[in-house]
Structures are given as C-alpha cells and as structure tokens.
Design a protein around this ligand. Structure first.
Ligand code: 13P
Length: 250
C-alpha cells in the first residue's frame, strides 16, 4: 500500500503560542494515526523552532519554501541545509501562491527541487491549473509541463523521494473543491506521467490533493484510487477540523 500523507500548510498564519499548542495537540494525533497516515505541518519559517521544540517525532515537519541557492549573500532566503538542520523532512515547492506572487516559475521550481533533494529533504511538488486553463481544456498540458520541467533532471533515487501535490488554483482558498472524480482523473494522469520514467516509482509515489479540503469532503476525496492524502490550507489551522481530515484516511 502507498504511503498516505496529510500535510497542513499554515501559510503566513499563527504565532508562537498558537504553534506550541497546535503541535502539542497534533503530536498525539500523529502518534495515534501513525500506522495509517503521516501527518506533516508546514509552519512559517519563524515558527519552526517553536514547532520543533514542542512536537514529537511522529509529527513531521515541512517548510513552505526553500532557497534555490546554497548559502551566501541572498537576503531573506532560507537554505535547504538550514532546513535539514531543523529536521525538516519535506519542503513544499512550487505552490501556486509562490508561482503567482513571488516569481517561482518552472525553472526556479526545478532548482528548488534539486536543492532540497541534495540535503535529503523530500519535495512536495505542487502542480495545478488556473480556471482559465481548465476552461480552455488545457489542464493536462499545464500539469505535464510543470511536471516535465521539475522532474526532468532527477535520477531514480531522487524521483523516489518526491511527493506530488495536485492543487487546482481555482480550488485554493475558494471553498470550491474539485470533485473526487475531477481530482482522481488528474491524479491518475500524474501517475501515468511519472510511470513513463519508472512504473515502480509511479506506483509508490504519494500524490496528494489540495484545494478547499475540509472535514466534510475529505473522506470522499481520499477514497479515490490515486489520491493518497491532502495538502490542507485553511482547515489545517483548526485542530479539530484538521484531525478529522487526518482520520478520514484509510
Ligand atoms: P485551502 O485548503 O485553504 O484551499 O488551501 C490549499 C492550499 O493551498 C494548500 O497548500
């Protein structure tokens, strides 16, 4: 069976007290559910120390971004090396907010994937189409393009470490979730694209869905054959709701 992952992307939310309480509470849920799902949190960089100090090892840590440079005169950046030192196991890369607002275009995304892998951090590579692209029936072309550029230089050892998150841009923070069937068809497409490189790796790769996942719709999404969990924004800030989403797996 494939590894299941539910990751909470806090985006630019929270404070130290919030982080302490949420990671303490989530650590016990992560312990209870560890045989069925890996629970991951991605706090803002500045709250990472609080997260690390207050969580158990059952609750995994992700960054929301990583620098495409190693170290040096890069004001405002955080390197993969620094993240690895904090025990970061995952890094969210190519989130549509970063692509749209901060210039993380496909080439930069590919560099960030490479940098995180160099330090043993698994990229959670985000792909997804805008509403315009979906309406123009370009969804699969867009996804193929994003995957191609981000994954093209990886060898099999590296590809094995990658998690893909399908996040349709029109579903993020809008309350409009993709239907389970819409999401499933893109997830199956992503798996087939990876299978061109390696069927074995494609079969084992967690492909998670993001975009307005809530406790009320998680179960039907996670029931789909190629949906291996979720990348959760707003609902990951609420302990009860996020726990319910984690419990909806399996
Ligand atoms: P929402 O769950 O708030 O729609 O955000 C999804 C997301 O962008 C996770 O990375």
């Amino acid at each position: 069976m494939r590894r299941k992952i539910v990751a909470g992307n806090w985006k630019m939310n929270g404070n130290r007290q919030f982080a302490k309480k949420l990671v303490e509470d989530l650590s016990s849920v992560a312990g209870e559910l560890k045989d069925s799902v890996e629970i991951v949190i991605a706090p803002p960089f500045i709250l990472m120390a609080d997260a690390v100090q207050n969580k158990t090892s059952d609750l995994k840590l992700a960054s929301q971004n990583v620098s495409n440079f190693d170290n040096g005169a890069f004001t405002g950046e955080t390197s993969a090396d620094m993240l690895a030192e904090f025990g970061c196991q995952y890094s969210i890369i190519g989130h549509s907010e970063r692509r749209a607002l901060f210039g993380d275009l496909d080439g930069v995304v590919a560099n960030k994937v490479a940098k995180s892998l160099e330090k043993g951090i698994s990229p959670i590579l985000c792909v997804g189409e805008t509403l315009e692209e979906r309406d123009a029936e370009k969804t699969l072309d867009v996804i193929r393009g994003q995957l191609d550029i981000a994954l093209k230089d990886l060898n099999e050892q590296q590809l094995k470490q990658v998690v893909v998150a399908y996040e349709p841009v029109w579903a993020i923070g809008t309350g409009k979730t993709a239907t389970p069937e819409q999401a499933q068809s893109v997830h199956a497409f992503i798996r087939n694209e990876v299978a061109v490189k390696s069927q074995l790796i494609a079969n084992a790769m967690p492909i998670i869905y993001g975009g307005s996942v809530k406790a009320r719709n998680a179960k039907e999404l996670f029931a789909m054959a190629d949906i291996d969990g979720g990348l959760i924004g707003g609902a990951s800030l609420k302990f009860e709701e996020f726990s319910e989403i984690c419990k909806a797996i399996g």
